[in-house]
Design a protein around this ligand. Structure first.
Ligand SMILES: Cc1cc2nc3c(=O)[nH]c(=O)nc-3n(C[C@H](O)[C@H](O)[C@H](O)COP(=O)(O)OP(=O)(O)OC[C@H]3O[C@@H](n4cnc5c(N)ncnc54)[C@H](O)[C@@H]3O)c2cc1C
Length: 389
């Protein structure tokens, strides 16, 4: 086992941190006020090749780790900006990589990797959140394509994006597992309306309701196979769970380091806060938990990059990081006392964003369902993935 980062990856990360110091850190407060991640930031990510970095050539075998490292670093400063990038990369571009035809990849990937065509994924409806198959949006077959009607309740990047991966019922009389298909929908098409929602988490990313009224979708924009939409969207979520686990780890590490720095500086009763034994025990306890969460996140990346089964560990990573980030986020806010409740305080976002992290790519309950199902499938009660081939 080798837990060190290669020299190349460590060098890349230094470059990414420099990129964030130039393009994110000085701007994030004004983006938070505007409640918008500007398109220019994605173009900078594309120009500096950080979007392409998330999709290395297959022989590289480090794509999941590279994505994870970037999301963890981004989220230390802004989980809200990190989630906007994650949705574009892991739910948008990755859906194209997994299920796009050669023609679709040729058409959309270069602009997506350049940060010029921005993407989102629209699955959740009021009738179907955790129950991904329980949606009502309907795509009806017509000559040369499909007509889409329905409403997607909560779409991250829905206001910002040009192109959405949308699930819809195409075969209403088929069984639950064969009723859905996925489509690439041009969000500038006639019949698409967008309503930005007033959320208080993951600022400054947008959360938007998308309404589709007789939207024409060309046949060429069916993503993957007709009737395989449920399996495909679940597959996209399974992959993206590793990314959101890394993002949530970054939420925990960002909160922890900010609060630790404050506890080192703040003097109360003639003592630094960090020197109260009660606080030092909390610091040690949370550090141990973050370390454990990090190990399972990097293990999930490693399994995926090795081409091994990663479903159980991806859900475990998501479950563990959310549990720990929630604990760390609230603790970090407590360390700052009253100042933590101010919207503009850098610690304020962490408890809120750790809370939100449960909702992306399946709630904590959904992760438990997956973990339990996987345990029952292979009958192995102990953690797996380290065995020899
Ligand atoms: C900030 C934010 C961003 C989002 N971005 C997107 C996006 O980009 N695209 C998108 O499509 N959706 C998005 N969503 C929606 C998100 O995916 C859903 O909120 C999530 O899947 C949960 O669905 P729900 O809200 O309908 O809750 P429900 O499914 O109604 O769940 C309610 C409760 O029941 C529990 N539960 C559900 N099923 C079970 C079960 N079988 N056993 C035990 N407990 C269960 C859940 O854990 C939860 O506690 C976003 C949501 C938020 C808040």
């Amino acid at each position: 086992m080798d837990f060190s980062l290669s020299r190349n990856l460590a060098h890349d990360l230094e470059g990414f941190e420099a990129f964030l110091n130039n393009h994110l850190v000085p701007n994030v407060s004004s983006w938070n006020r505007e409640r918008e991640v500007p398109r220019g930031f994605f173009e900078e990510l594309g120009r500096s090749a950080w979007l392409q970095y998330c999709f290395p050539a297959e022989r590289d075998g480090q794509g999941a780790l590279k994505q994870g490292l970037l999301f963890e670093r981004l989220a230390r400063t802004s989980p809200g900006v990190a989630v906007a990038v994650l949705v574009h990369v892991s739910l948008g571009l990755n859906a194209l990589v997994l299920f796009g035809s050669e023609a679709q990849k040729e058409r959309f990937l270069p602009q997506g990797l350049a940060g010029k065509t921005l993407m989102c994924t629209a699955s959740t409806e009021h009738t179907g959140g955790s129950d991904v198959a329980g949606i009502a949006a309907r795509a009806e077959k017509v000559a040369e394509g499909w007509v889409l009607n329905g409403t997607k309740a909560y779409v991250t990047n829905g206001a910002l994006s040009d192109l959405a991966v949308v699930s819809a019922v195409t075969d209403p009389d088929a069984s639950r597992t064969k009723r859905l298909s996925l489509f690439l929908v041009d969000l500038n098409s006639p019949g698409v309306s967008r309503t930005k929602l007033g959320k208080q988490v993951w600022i400054p990313s947008d959360l938007t309701r998308l309404q589709f009224t007789n939207v024409h979708i060309p046949e060429a924009n069916l993503l993957g196979a007709r009737g395989r939409g449920l399996q495909q969207i679940l597959e996209i979520f399974t992959h993206s769970r590793i990314s959101i686990a890394a993002l949530t780890l970054g939420t925990a590490t960002g909160a922890f380091s900010l609060a630790l720095e404050h506890a080192r500086r703040r003097t109360l009763f003639g003592t630094k806060v960090v020197d109260f034994q009660a606080k030092s025990f909390e610091i040690a306890d949370l550090h141990a938990k973050i370390e454990a969460a990090a190990l399972v996140v990097w293990k999930a990346c490693w399994l995926k990059d090795q081409g091994r089964e990663f479903r159980r560990v991806a859900s475990t990573a998501k479950y563990v990081t959310v549990t720990i980030a929630r604990e760390v986020g609230t603790w970090a806010a407590d360390i700052f006392g009253a100042s933590s409740v101010m919207l503009e305080h850098p610690v304020h976002k962490f408890p809120m964003d750790a809370w939100a992290a449960s909702l992306g790519e399946g709630t904590q309950d959904v992760q438990k369902l997956v973990i339990f199902r996987e345990i029952m499938k292979d009958g192995k009660a102990l953690p797996t993935g380290w065995e020899l081939d």
